[in-house]
Design a protein around this ligand. Structure first.
Ligand code: ACO
Length: 374
């Protein structure tokens, strides 16, 4: 029997030009740029263009790309009806996004055209999330604003108000920060699906399913809930200790690849800071909870090198922007769909069928027993 590697850590299953994660140095490169160099300056559209074309757009290319995205934002009634049905059942927003993403098959002329499907997905994700959120609140969806770019329009479709520039900048920084991250679970899922020469809509629909779990993109909502539950500094240690005694995992801590602090946490902390004035009590509590969590993780899980990951400060920045917790994971998907589609295109162009092996541990000599004799 071959040695088993259940989590596939260390297994290299693709070559990519999209992003590189150095988990020991705590460094992330996206499209050739160090994380910090790119995400604080670029618009979401520039980062998506970079991932799809391996270079930044010129002014004219960026204008064209923005116009293409704008022309693919609107959702037809048939997809809105699906979202309304999901809202009637009060499904989690990630489930509604998965249903809406799958229904994008109805919007594209050719499901096997990777460019058209990728453009449709990236453009329509914010519309799906915002429309579903409004239905779930008992409100009608808001049509996209033709003058607003991707990030600002997302916030506009959620609230009906044009966002402040600092909200838009913080959201772009967030979306850029999570746009791509090596062969994470949801990106791997997308690559596995497309490696069978399936289509982009199937790949992103599967990727949403992988992202939704709490061990991947489902963590930021619970991370913020934990801070709210703690409420004040003196509760931090007893609450976290009790969680670790129970064997719970602390959301927003630990990572498969990073054994030092996730560099995305620092970038998002910087982006979040502008929403919390000097001496803000909630901001101070978040930082205190982080420190107590790190100390107690070292006490309960010595040597595991569990550090703050992207999700802890995702919670803070999205809360600062004003998004409710049920939109945290879907907003992650709004950012990551750029990476998923770029990886799917790369896999289609250069990849092979992804098909690992398993060790068989079952019986080998069973004899058939007729149903009357069982
Ligand atoms: N809280 C408490 N204990 C933890 C945590 C945590 N957040 N993370 C890992 N551990 C413990 C495990 O219980 C395990 O302990 P053991 O050796 O005594 O059994 C040990 O650390 C190693 O954990 P593994 O599960 O083997 O590590 P893995 O690499 O598989 O897990 C993961 C990585 C899933 C991210 C994990 O750290 C976790 O569950 N974190 C909390 C959820 C979270 O924040 N997810 C978002 C990740 S970032 C992202 O995907 C965008």
């Amino acid at each position: 029997m071959q040695p088993v590697n259940t989590g596939l850590e260390g297994v290299v299953a693709a070559e990519t030009r999209l992003s590189h994660v150095d988990g020991l140095a705590g460094e992330l490169i996206i499209g050739g740029f160090p994380l910090e160099e790119l995400v604080l300056n670029a618009s979401f559209e520039e980062v998506t263009y970079l991932l799809w074309h391996d270079r930044l757009p010129t002014n004219r290319e960026l204008d064209t790309f923005k116009a293409q995205l704008k022309s693919h934002r609107a959702l037809p009634d048939i997809i809105l009806n699906v979202l309304q049905a999901a809202a009637a059942k009060q499904l989690p927003t990630m489930d509604a996004l998965r249903m809406g993403a799958s229904a994008l098959s109805l919007l594209v002329d050719d499901i096997n055209d990777p460019e058209e499907t990728a453009l449709t997905a990236v453009a329509a994700f914010p519309s799906i999330v915002a429309a579903y959120h409004r239905y779930a609140q008992g409100q009608n969806p808001i049509a996209p604003h033709p003058d607003l770019d991707h990030a600002a329009n997302y916030l506009y479709m959620i609230t009906g108000q044009e966002p402040e520039p600092e909200q838009t900048r913080a959201l772009q920084t967030y979306l850029n920060t999570v746009s791509d991250h090596g062969l994470n679970a949801s990106t791997f899922t997308a690559r596995v699906i497309i490696s069978t020469q399936s289509d982009m809509i199937s790949a992103i629909t599967g990727a949403i399913g992988a992202l939704k779990g709490p061990l991947h993109g489902g963590a930021p909502g619970p991370a913020l809930d934990m801070v709210f539950e703690i409420g004040k500094p003196e509760n931090a240690e007893p609450v976290i200790r009790e969680m670790l005694e129970r064997g719970d995992r602390l959301m927003g801590f630990g990572h498969r690849v990073y054994k030092v602090r996730d560099p995305r946490a620092d970038v998002l902390k910087t982006a979040a800071e502008r929403f919390f004035p000097e001496g803000d009590e909630f901001y101070a509590l978040v930082q205190y909870v982080e420190q107590v969590a790190l100390d107690l993780l070292e006490e309960y899980k010595p040597g595991r090198r569990l550090q703050t990951n992207v999700e802890f400060y995702t919670a803070l920045v999205l809360h600062g922007i004003g998004l409710p917790t049920d939109l945290f994971s879907p907003t992650f998907a709004v950012g990551r769909v750029g990476g998923w589609t770029a990886h799917a295109r790369e896999q289609l162009a250069h990849g092979r069928l992804i098909r690992p092996a398993s060790n068989y541990t079952g019986e080998r000599e069973r004899k058939w027993v007729a149903i009357e004799q069982r």
